[in-house]
Ligand binder design. Structure first.
Ligand code: C2E
Ligand code: CA
Ligand code: CA
Length: 728
């Protein structure tokens, strides 16, 4: 800005000087040409008058009555009426004088004219004379009169001084200057401002010449040589230009003087006008630039808003967090934690109350966060219901308390009015202890968040190395699963299902095992959740099914009894239209009767996709497979669901039985549930039966089938086959 102002000021100064110089040059040119014009006009007029006088002389020479003075006088008087001469006179060598008008002329005057004209051929008075008739200033001109080619006298005329006045006004310069006819000695011959007879040099003696080379002496010298000149000087505080030019008459010079006051004034006006113009242009220019900047800053702001602000909550967005993270962290002075949180089951809020209410909830959550931010802290909405916060951190206990209070405030302030769904926030926390990239920190908070979501109570989880180890283990599992399947590392274990009343084995459940060589057998809980995440479970389930039907086929061949086998299928199959055809094809490939295969679907699968589950159950029934609900009582199932879904069997979850011995109410619930299930004509299977008490109680409630360690643990095929052999 300052630089701009300096540049503009310098530009204006230079421009001012430039305008001044241009104007001065222009002015000098004008003064010179006006001076020349005045001199030319003067010369031309003088010459014209001389010519007129000569023609009068020619007429006089031819006019005969030289002896008749009265006629001569009349002749001359008549001549004055046809030209500018006021007075004409003839002086003859013989001393006779004829005048156009009566006047007393000194003999010395007439003889002087005669002598000079005879000598030079023409006469011009070197200064103003007085017209004896009226006393007015005149110049006197004279030409020779000849007879038979010999000079006989002089014809002279009075030219009124006022005749030259127009030439002295310097009309070309708008009458602002004036001219003088000056003799070389400086005496003014003709002039208005400076009276005739006074010295023009007196004026110049007081002048301060602008150009160092100029001086009165140099002017005089120049005039002696008949030079032109243009000088400028200051006189009485004002600047003047003087143009000197020799005239063709006598030793006369034409002095043209122009006081520059008006020119300077004009120059100033011009400069001011152009300055005002420049200022105006600059103003318009700056105005335009300002407009441009405004437009740019508005569009920048808009761009910034779209790039860095979450339109729903007005909070910063993820880009903004990425952009500012390092700077914000540096500003926190070392102790900080990165927190990611989301609202547990936020999707349900959207489903139950609509997106608009869901959005309102998110806006309120953002408000609560905003309220809770301390100086230097920062938060953003990352996606949907996911928020990231950079908070100051003292110790784990205090930090936990802060998050618990925050969760409580969110629950209180953000829950949809009248909704039974309380907002529950889950927090993943990474205490920043290492200088690692933001995205790795974020990964760690997400890891902790995943764990937090699985917690009951306060869902706050701090990242620790164990999480990382778990992730690494998961990765290893994912990396080796394909190979394991090809190598046949997955195998089937079978757990017998026994009839409660007879104790006889009536079937079995197929449970997968991963044989990891030296590491031993790995239970499905360690890998099935991972396979459900990456979809590999779809292939594994089909593999297990194939193992099962292949066993059934072998047993038939070997004359062993074919008992119905239950196979677990992941919820992922429900959304796969190829599921039933694929399964049917596989079972048929081994020629196994469909009724020997029982499909187990877990309870929460059914709850979440009731319609879908219903279709799949119907489809399976059509193909002759039976379907059981697994883990009944572990989740949200209501007994109501059961009557709409045509299950062949319901497996009571292990946890359902936990602690029933001490709790009379639990017993009643189990009894009621079994009663109701049985009233629907559905078989009840009790799972995880470990004790005799449990078995006795369940038997008493009317449960049909038992499965559990009390009867048998899951076993390998060989062991199971020896069980089969015991069946008759
Ligand atoms: P699940 O279907 O509920 O299977 C019963 C689980 O309870 C089995 O664990 C079994 O070993 C265990 N169990 C049986 N009796 C008792 C008992 O008296 N006491 C106790 N404490 N546990 C008992 P497992 O084999 O570890 O399987 C765990 C879960 O893995 C299964 O639960 C099932 O949901 C899943 N799973 C197993 N195999 C497959 C499979 O091939 N495909 C799919 N999708 N899931 C499978
Ligand atoms: Ca099962
Ligand atoms: Ca189960």
């Amino acid at each position: 800005m300052l630089l701009g102002a300096i540049i503009i000021a310098a530009g204006v100064t230079l421009y001012w000087r430039y305008v001044g110089n241009v104007l001065e040059l222009d002015l000098k040119r004008h003064v010179a040409s006006a001076g020349e014009e005045a001199a030319d006009d003067f010369d031309r007029l003088m010459f014209a008058d001389l010519q007129t006088l000569r023609s009068v002389a020619r007429a006089a020479e031819n006019f005969s009555p030289w002896e008749d003075s009265a006629r001569m006088s009349r002749f001359l008087r008549v001549q004055t009426q046809h030209n500018a001469f006021q007075f004409l006179g003839i002086v003859l060598l013989d001393g006779r004088v004829f005048l156009s008008h009566n006047a007393e002329l000194a003999p010395a005057f007439t003889s002087g004219i005669l002598a000079e004209t005879m000598e030079k051929g023409v006469y011009m008075s070197s200064s103003l004379l007085k017209n004896p008739q009226d006393g007015k200033d005149v110049l006197v001109e004279g030409v020779l009169l000849r007879r038979e080619d010999r000079p006989v006298g002089v014809l002279f005329a009075f030219l009124p001084a006022e005749r030259f006045e127009p030439m002295l006004k310097l009309a070309a310069l708008g009458d602002r200057g004036f001219s003088l006819v000056v003799r070389r000695d400086g005496t003014v011959v003709l002039g208005k401002e400076i009276p005739a007879g006074s010295s023009a040099f007196v004026l110049l003696e007081r002048a301060a010449f602008t150009d160092k080379g100029d001086s009165l002496t140099s002017i005089r010298r120049g005039m002696r040589s008949g030079n032109h000149a243009l000088v400028d000087y200051r006189l009485d505080g004002s600047r003047q230009f003087l143009h000197l030019m020799p005239l063709s008459i006598n030793d006369w010079y034409m002095f043209s003087i122009l006081p520059t006051a008006f020119v300077e004034q004009q120059a100033r006006r011009l400069a001011w006008t152009s300055l005002a113009l420049v200022a105006f242009i600059l103003l318009v220019f700056f105005g335009l630039i300002c407009c441009l900047f405004r437009v740019r800053s508005v569009s920048n702001r808009r761009l910034f808003a779209t790039a860095f602000i979450d339109p729903l909550t007005g909070a910063a967005n993820f880009n903004s967090m990425c952009e500012d993270f390092s700077e914000k962290l540096a500003g926190m002075g070392g102790k900080a934690a990165l927190v990611v949180f989301d609202i547990v089951k936020f999707k349900v809020i959207n489903d139950l109350h609509g997106y608009e209410r869901g959005n309102k909830v998110l806006q309120r959550v953002a408000d609560v966060l905003r309220e809770n931010m301390r100086p230097g802290e920062f938060f953003c909405r990352s996606t949907a219901d996911n928020f990231i916060m950079l908070l100051s951190y003292e110790d784990r206990r205090k930090f936990r308390t802060r998050l618990i209070l925050l969760a409580a405030q969110i629950r209180r302030d953000c829950t949809v009015a009248g909704s039974c769904l309380l907002l529950d926030a889950a927090f993943g926390v990474y205490e920043i202890t290492e200088d690692i990239p933001f995205y790795i920190m974020l990964d760690r908070t997400h890891l902790a968040l995943d764990n937090a979501k699985r917690m009951s109570g306060d869902k706050i989880q701090f990242y620790d190395e164990a999480d990382l180890r778990r992730i690494v283990a998961e990765k290893q599992i994912e990396n080796s699963m394909e190979e394991a399947l090809e190598r046949g590392d997955f195998s089937v274990y079978l757990q017998p299902k026994c009839d409660f009343s007879t104790g006889r084995m009536v079937g079995a459940e197929a449970l997968v095992r991963w044989n990891k060589g030296d590491a031993g057998l790995v239970r499905p809980d360690d890998f099935i959740p991972i396979f459900e995440k990456n979809g590999f479970i779809l292939r594994l389930d089909m593999f297990i099914l194939e193992q099962v039907v292949s066993l059934l086929a072998q047993w038939k061949e070997r004359g062993l009894k074919q008992v119905p086998i239950a196979v677990n299928f992941s919820r992922l199959h429900l959304n796969d239209s190829r599921y039933i055809p694929q399964m049917t094809r596989l079972v048929d490939k081994y020629g196994v009767p469909h009724n020997l295969i029982e499909v187990e679907l877990t309870e929460n699968v059914i709850f979440n996709n009731r319609e879908c589950a219903q279709n799949v159950i119907r489809g399976l029934h059509r193909k002759g497979f039976s379907v059981a609900m697994d883990d009944f009582g572990s989740g949200y199932s209501s007994l109501n669901v059961l009557k709409n879904l045509q299950f062949d069997g319901i497996k009571l979850d292990k946890e359902f039985l936990d602690g029933f011995e001490e709790n009379a109410n639990a017993k009643k619930v189990i009894e009621g549930a079994v009663d109701m299930i049985k009233s629907l004509g559905v078989k009840v299977i009790a799972e995880g039966v470990e004790t005799k008490e449990q078995a006795d109680f369940l038997r008493a409630t009317g449960c049909d089938v038992a499965q559990g360690y009390l009867f048998s643990k899951p076993m390998d095929v060989e062991a199971f086959e020896s069980w089969l052999k015991k069946l008759d």
